[in-house]
Design a protein around this ligand. Structure first.
Ligand code: PLP
Length: 425
C-alpha cells in the first residue's frame, strides 16, 4: 500500500451521532438508568461530586418518616434495625470493593474516617513517626493528617507530602503510615492499588487508601489486591445523597489490632452497659464513634440499591468506554478552541472522570451548565466530567461535547453572568 494511503487508513473516520446511538442500543447497563430520578433536559456529568436520587428514594424516606420514626419512635432502633445500620450498609458496599461484608462499615465522613485510621496506625508502638502523603491526595486528607500530627508533635510526629513521582522513593524506615487518594480528583488519574500497597508493605508501611472517586465507579478487588485499609465517600458514585455517610474498610485480620482514638460509645463493646471506660467492640464496629445519622444512613442504603444485579465487569467496561468516547470526541471536535485533555488517554490509568483544560474553564463550565450539561470546575483551568456508568448514556457524551463546542464557538462564556463565582465550583 502506498505510504499516504496507509497513513490515511490508520486515522479512524470521525464518529457520527448515529454510531453513538448504536452503542446505547447495545449497552448491557442501559436499563439501570431507569433506577434514577434525573431532571428532564439535563445531561448530568457530575456524579463524581454528587450522585442523583434513585427512584425509590422518595418512597423510602417517606416510609422512614411514616412507618419507622413517625410511628415507632425510639423503638425503631430495635424494631427497624437502626442500631445495626452501619454494618448493614457496609455489607452492601463490600461487594463493590471486593471485600467481605464484615470488613466495611458506613460511618461519619471521609475526613473523620481517615483521621481514625491514620491515628490508629500512627499510635502503634515503634519509632516510626512520619505520615507520608502525596500532593495530589484530596486536600481534606492532607488537612486531617496535618491536624493529627499537630496533636502528636511532641512525640515527633511529622507529615511529609511528596510529589506523586517521589512517593515510592519516600517509603523509608521512618514512615509509620502512608495515605493515597486512588483517583486524582483533578485529572482522574488512577493509582495502581495493588502495586503501591505491595511496595509500601515491603517497607513495613500500611497504606490508607481514599477510594472516594473509585467505589461504585469501577469494581475494586481490595482483598485480592492485598489492601488493608481504606475510606471512601457515600454521596458520589454510591448515590447516598448530599453529605451521606462515608465508609471505612479494614481487612478482617487487622481489625482487632487497631484502636480508634475517637473512641465514642457506638464503637464500644456494649454501649448500653454505660461503663466508665472504653472497651472497643469486636470487629469493624469499633471504628464507629457517635450516633449515626439514621436519615442519611437510610438514604445511603437506598442509593446502594441502584447497584443490585449490576455486572461489575460491564460497569468497568462502560466506565472506560464513556471516557474513551469523550476524549476522542473532544480531540476531534474541541481542539480548535484551545481545549486540551488533562486525563490519561489509557482508560486503565483513569477513574470514571475525565477532565479538560481551557484557560477560561470557570465561565465555560457555567455557560455549559446553563445549557443543561452539568459538570464542574476545579482550579486553575479544569473542566471536570464524571461518567457514572449506571445512568450516563453514550448519547449524553456526544451531546455534551456538542454543547461545549457551541459554548466555545459562540464565545457565550464571555457574558459577565458566567464569571460570577459561586462558593461551590
Ligand atoms: C477523594 C476525596 N476524599 C474526600 C472527600 C471529602 O470528604 P468528606 O466526606 O469528609 O467531606 C472528597 C470530596 O469530594 C474527595 O473527592
Amino acid at each position: 500500500m502506498p505510504r499516504d494511503r496507509r497513513a490515511a487508513a490508520s486515522v479512524p473516520e470521525p464518529l457520527r451521532r448515529e454510531d453513538v446511538l448504536e452503542r446505547d442500543r447495545n449497552d448491557p447497563l442501559a436499563s439501570f438508568r431507569d433506577r434514577f430520578e434525573l431532571p428532564e433536559g439535563v445531561i448530568y456529568l457530575d456524579g463524581n461530586s454528587l450522585g442523583p436520587p434513585s427512584v425509590g428514594m422518595r418512597t423510602r424516606i417517606e416510609s422512614l418518616l411514616a412507618d419507622e420514626w413517625g410511628r415507632d419512635l425510639v423503638a425503631s432502633w430495635n424494631r427497624h434495625g437502626w442500631f445495626r445500620l452501619p454494618e448493614r450498609v457496609g455489607a452492601r458496599i463490600a461487594p463493590l470493593l471486593g471485600a467481605a461484608e464484615d470488613e466495611v462499615i458506613a460511618a461519619d465522613s471521609v475526613s473523620l474516617n481517615l483521621f481514625k485510621l491514620l491515628a490508629a496506625l500512627l499510635r502503634k508502638p515503634g519509632s516510626r513517626r512520619v505520615v507520608l502523603a502525596e500532593e495530589t491526595n484530596f486536600p481534606t486528607d492532607l488537612y486531617m493528617a496535618e491536624g493529627l500530627v499537630s496533636l502528636l508533635r511532641e512525640s515527633g510526629a511529622e507529615l511529609r507530602i511528596v510529589p506523586p513521582d517521589d512517593f515510592e522513593a519516600a517509603l523509608g524506615p521512618e514512615v509509620a503510615v502512608a495515605t493515597l487518594t486512588q483517583v486524582d480528583f483533578r485529572t482522574g488519574r488512577k493509582h495502581d492499588l495493588r502495586r503501591l500497597t505491595a511496595a509500601a508493605r515491603d517497607s513495613g508501611i500500611p497504606v490508607v487508601w481514599d477510594l472516594s472517586h473509585s467505589a461504585g465507579a469501577f469494581p475494586l478487588q481490595l482483598n485480592d489486591d492485598g489492601v488493608e485499609f481504606a475510606v471512601g465517600c457515600g454521596y458520589k458514585y454510591l448515590n447516598g445523597g448530599p453529605g451521606a455517610p462515608g465508609f471505612l474498610y479494614v481487612a478482617r485480620r487487622l481489625q482487632q489490632s487497631l484502636d480508634t482514638p475517637l473512641s465514642g460509645w457506638m464503637g464500644h463493646r456494649s454501649p448500653f452497659e454505660f461503663e466508665t471506660h472504653y472497651r472497643p467492640a469486636a470487629g469493624v464496629r469499633r471504628f464507629l464513634s457517635g450516633t449515626p445519622g439514621i436519615l442519611s444512613m437510610i438514604a445511603l442504603e437506598e442509593g446502594l440499591r441502584t447497584f443490585e444485579g449490576v455486572d461489575l465487569e460491564a460497569l468497568q467496561a462502560k466506565s472506560e468506554a464513556l471516557g474513551d468516547l469523550f476524549l476522542r470526541l473532544a480531540g476531534e471536535r474541541l481542539r480548535e478552541f484551545g481545549v486540551e485533555p488533562a486525563s490519561p488517554r489509557n482508560a486503565r490509568e483513569r477513574g470514571s472522570q475525565v477532565s479538560l483544560r481551557h484557560p477560561y474553564g470557570y465561565p465555560v463550565m457555567q455557560a455549559l451548565i446553563a445549557r443543561g450539561v452539568v459538570g464542574d470546575f476545579r482550579e486553575p483551568d479544569l473542566l471536570r466530567f464524571g461518567f457514572a456508568p449506571l445512568y450516563v448514556r453514550y448519547r449524553d457524551v456526544w451531546d455534551a461535547v456538542e454543547a461545549l463546542r457551541e459554548v466555545l464557538a459562540s464565545s457565550e462564556y464571555e457574558e459577565p453572568r458566567f464569571r460570577r463565582r459561586h462558593p461551590v465550583t
